[in-house]
Design a protein around this ligand. Structure first.
Ligand code: AMP
Length: 299
C-alpha cells in the first residue's frame, strides 16, 4: 500500500490569543504528511520557492516522507495569513499568496503512480482530474478543502466531490458546500452526491464520520490550551489516511479507529504553533494518548 499526498507546502503567518508567528512552516501537505508519517511512509507532491529552508526538507525526509514529487521552483513559497478568535473554531484569512503554486500542475513521479490511496488536500480543485488521470491503481480517493476554494471555484469543488470516496470538511465548509444549516442533513446531502464517507471535523468538539450504514462520533481529546489550531484538519486527515494505509483494510472497524487516530494527532498539533508538536512527538506519545482516550470514552 502507499499514500500520495498533494497540497500546499507553505509559510504561514498566524495570530492567535497566544501570540503571533511570522512566516513559519505550514501548508496542508506538510501537516498531512507529517501526521501520516507516524503510520506509513507518505509521498508528497507540491512546489516551494527557492526561499524554502533546506533544513525543513531534510527534516521531512528524516521522518520518512518521500519528497520525490516536491518541485523547487524559482519564485516565492505559498504564503497564508490568518487570525484566530478566542473561540479557536473561528478564523479569518487575511492573505492567500499563491506564489509558486499559482500555475502549478502536479506531475506525479513514476514511482507514485501505482499508489492505492491519494489525498487531494487543500489545492485547486481544477487539478483533481489531471492528478487522478496519472494514477493507475488507486483504490481510495480522499479530499479536503478550505473556504477559499469553495468561494472562488464552487463549481469545480462540487464536481470534484462527486469523484471522491472520502470527503473531509469542517462544519463551516460542510454547511457551505451542502447549502444546509443542519450539520447532520448537510453531511447526508453531501454523501448523496458521491463520497462513501464524509468526515465532518468539528474543531474543539471532535468529529463525525458519516459512513454508508453508520454514523460515528469521536469527541475531541481534552486540550486545555489551544495555542494554534492551524493544520488540525490536515493532520486529522493525514493520520486517518496514514493509519488506513498501514492497516490495508477499509472496513468500518478500521475507519472508526482511523478517526480516533486522526483526532488524537490533531489534538497534539494544536498545543503549539505550526508544525512544532508534529516534530516533537513520537509514536510512543500517540500510543499513550490513545490509551488515555480509551479511558475517557469508555462507559
Ligand atoms: P487547516 O488549518 O487544517 O485548515 O489548514 C491550514 C493550512 O492550509 C495552512 O498551513 C495553510 O498554509 C494552508 N492553506 C490555507 N489556504 C490555502 C489554500 N488556498 N490553498 C492551499 N493551502 C492553503
Amino acid at each position: 500500500m502507499s499514500l500520495v499526498i498533494i497540497g500546499s507546502v507553505a509559510f504561514d503567518t498566524i495570530e492567535t490569543p497566544y501570540g503571533r508567528r511570522e512566516k513559519i512552516v505550514g501548508g496542508s501537505a506538510t501537516y498531512a504528511a507529517l501526521a501520516a508519517s507516524f503510520f506509513t511512509r507518505p509521498r508528497l507532491v507540491s512546489a516551494v520557492g527557492r526561499d524554502f529552508p533546506r533544513k525543513i526538507l531534510n527534516l521531512l525526509r528524516s521522518r520518512g516522507i518521500d519528497l520525490g514529487g516536491l518541485k523547487i521552483k524559482a519564485g516565492k513559497t505559498f504564503h497564508w495569513q490568518g487570525v484566530y478568535d478566542i473561540d479557536p473554531n473561528k478564523r479569518t484569512t487575511l492573505k492567500t499568496e499563491m506564489n509558486v503554486l499559482q500555475d502549478f500542475k502536479p506531475i506525479l513521479p513514476e514511482s507514485y503512480r501505482r499508489a492505492e490511496i491519494v489525498f487531494l488536500s487543500n489545492l485547486d480543485p481544477e487539478n483533481h482530474d489531471f492528478i487522478l488521470s496519472q494514477m493507475t491503481g488507486v483504490r481510495l480517493v480522499a479530499m479536503d478543502t478550505i473556504r477559499f476554494w469553495i468561494e472562488t471555484k464552487p463549481e469545480a469543488i462540487l464536481k470534484a466531490i462527486q469523484k471522491v470516496d472520502i470527503l473531509f470538511a469542517n462544519d463551516e465548509e460542510c454547511r457551505l458546500l451542502a447549502d444546509e444549516i443542519n450539520l447532520i442533513k448537510a453531511g447526508r446531502k453531501l454523501q448523496s452526491s458521491g463520497p462513501k464517507i464524509i468526515i465532518v471535523k468539528k474543531g474543539e468538539h471532535g468529529a463525525m464520520v458519516f459512513g454508508k450504514n453508520f454514523v460515528f462520533g469521536v469527541v475531541a481529546h481534552p486540550c486545555e490550551k489551544v495555542v494554534d489550531p492551524t493544520g488540525a484538519g490536515d493532520s486529522f486527515a493525514g493520520a486517518f489516511l496514514g493509519y488506513l494505509d498501514s492497516s490495508t483494510k477499509f472496513n468500518q472497524k478500521e475507519i472508526r479507529k482511523a478517526a480516533v487516530y486522526g483526532n488524537l494527532v490533531a489534538s497534539l498539533v494544536i498545543e503549539d504553533f505550526g508544525i512544532t508538536r508534529l516534530l516533537e512527538v513520537t509514536e510512543l506519545d500517540i500510543i499513550k494518548r490513545y490509551s488515555e482516550f480509551k479511558k475517557i470514552v469508555s462507559f
